[in-house]
Design a protein around this ligand. Structure first.
Ligand code: DAT
Ligand code: MG
Length: 138
């Protein structure tokens, strides 16, 4: 069986704040292997596919607009249980209460907007990872 992979995005807030290197370095320091990396200006088409599960939710349109607001760094990382391991490094969705020591806990906060700007995305299952890697790296 080949090693597990996950799709990690550094969202526009992370890139704009100059945290791309810091965030990638935390994932590398944990021991996961970087296997692909690029800076992308996302399109609505990419985001509709990526966030299909959230269509119709109140934060969906603000989320898409936010993800279109600047470049995103897209990366594929590999390693045993990397999906779970990166979600743990990232911290919970809401940055206000994400644990200190996590990426969202250390660098994120609530800005009073309709969508939480929480710096990173990580796939949540092997099925999502496969789908998301093909969306961003096809
Ligand atoms: P995660 O990114 O932790 O997997 P998710 O997939 O449920 O979270 O949601 C995608 C993104 O949408 C999330 O990173 C931030 C935003 N978001 C989620 N729930 C929200 C809410 N209730 N209010 C505002 N933004 C939200
Ligand atoms: Mg999610």
């Amino acid at each position: 069986m080949s090693a597990e992979q996950t799709l990690i995005l550094i969202k526009p807030d992370g890139v704009a704040r100059g945290l791309t290197g810091t965030i990638l370095s935390r994932v590398e320091a944990k021991g996961y292997k970087l296997v692909d990396l690029k800076l992308v200006n996302a399109t609505r088409e990419i985001l509709e596919a990526h966030y299909a599960e959230h269509v119709g939710k109140p934060f969906y349109e603000p989320l898409v607009e936010f993800m279109l607001s600047g470049p995103v760094a897209a990366a594929v990382f590999e390693g045993e249980r990397v999906i779970e391991g990166f979600r743990s490094l990232a911290g919970t969705t809401e940055p206000t209460t994400a644990a200190p020591g996590t990426i969202r806990g250390d660098f994120g906060r609530d800005w009073g907007l309709k969508v939480q700007q929480n710096l990173v995305h990580g796939s949540d299952s092997p099925e999502s990872a496969e789908k998301e890697i093909s969306i961003w790296f096809s």
